[in-house]
Design a protein around this ligand. Structure first.
Ligand SMILES: NC(=O)c1ccc[n+]([C@@H]2O[C@H](COP(=O)([O-])OP(=O)(O)OC[C@H]3O[C@@H](n4cnc5c(N)ncnc54)[C@H](OP(=O)(O)O)[C@@H]3O)[C@@H](O)[C@H]2O)c1
Length: 254
């Protein structure tokens, strides 16, 4: 497999004020990339940057703000070679008392936010005939899990969106990489009260993503035990998965 260098690549990471995005920003910078980072919390972006990255605060749910941020990153880095979508939110849904607002918020941030970023970068990459889009989805999009009706639905949609986009842009020399992490110790998971098997730290996740990018992978799934578990889960017949998922649901209600 050929090696793709990250050195001197101009990278914009959206959702980099904490967690996986923040760790990836540091990792890509250490590997010689020029890095710009975005999220809402400007103070946290400055902390991640330590004066060594371009910081452009923005809210991904605001299409005009995302377009302005993309233009600012383009101007400050001199172009964008690689965009990483790492913004996201997770909240456990109680399906017994359907929370319309929570579901809508997941779609707004996780799916329509990604739509806003793609609208801001894809036309320029296609026009240039070069670029790379890296989307952080989740193995939670592989199968339906109780409590993940909102989050899992947006992650499944991201997986399909990225797969479709990879096919559409391949002939235009724009690469699309799907990242599907298992559990990572971040602000997103810190208040989870359920078991999180094979959980890893954000810097380990960042190394796995950077290694996958250097290897030119189309899909980066980690950590290995979770990747194997969820790939197998994806292949299970519906009745078998339904029985397993119902046990999770029963466990939650105890
Ligand atoms: N942690 C896990 O176990 C895990 C597993 C699989 C996939 N993932 C995915 O990995 C990605 C990163 O999550 P994480 O675990 O690193 O969680 P995190 O530490 O909570 O990071 C989420 C990032 O998204 C940003 N964000 C949220 N809403 C935003 C908005 N409206 N506009 C702009 N930025 C926004 C946050 O910044 P601000 O609050 O400053 O805006 C933050 O930088 C997410 O897509 C998540 O779904 C995480």
């Amino acid at each position: 497999m050929s090696t793709v260098t990250l050195r001197d690549r101009r990278c914009w990471i959206v959702g980099a004020s904490s967690g996986i995005g923040a760790a990836l920003a540091t990792e890509l910078r250490a590997r010689g990339a020029h890095v710009a980072i975005s999220a809402r919390r400007a103070d946290r972006l400055e902390g991640v940057s330590r004066g060594d990255m371009v910081t452009v605060p923005c809210d991904v749910t605001d299409p005009a703000a995302v377009a302005t941020a993309a233009a600012s990153v383009e101007a400050q880095l001199g172009g964008i070679d690689l965009v990483v979508w790492s913004a996201g939110m997770w909240g456990q849904l109680d399906a017994l008392q359907w929370d319309r607002e929570s579901f809508a918020e997941h779609v707004e941030v996780n799916l329509l936010g990604l739509n806003n970023v793609l609208a801001a970068v894809v036309p320029q990459m296609v026009a240039r005939g070069a670029g790379q889009i890296v989307g952080i989805a989740s193995v939670a999009g592989y199968r339906g899990l109780p409590g993940a009706e909102a989050y899992g639905a947006t992650k499944a949609a991201q997986l399909v969106l990225l797969e479709s986009l990879r096919a559409s842009l391949a002939k235009r020399n724009v690469a699309v990489t799907t990242v599907a992490p298992g559990f990572v110790r971040t602000e997103m998971t810190e208040s989870n009260s359920f078991p999180m098997p094979f959980i890893i730290d954000p810097d380990e996740a960042a190394r796995a993503i950077a290694d996958g990018l250097e290897k030119g992978r189309h899909e980066i799934v980690f950590p290995l035990p979770m990747a194997v578990l969820m790939k197998v889960a994806r292949l299970l017949p519906q009745r078998a998965w339904d029985a397993i998922a119902a046990r999770f649901a029963a466990g939650r209600r105890r």
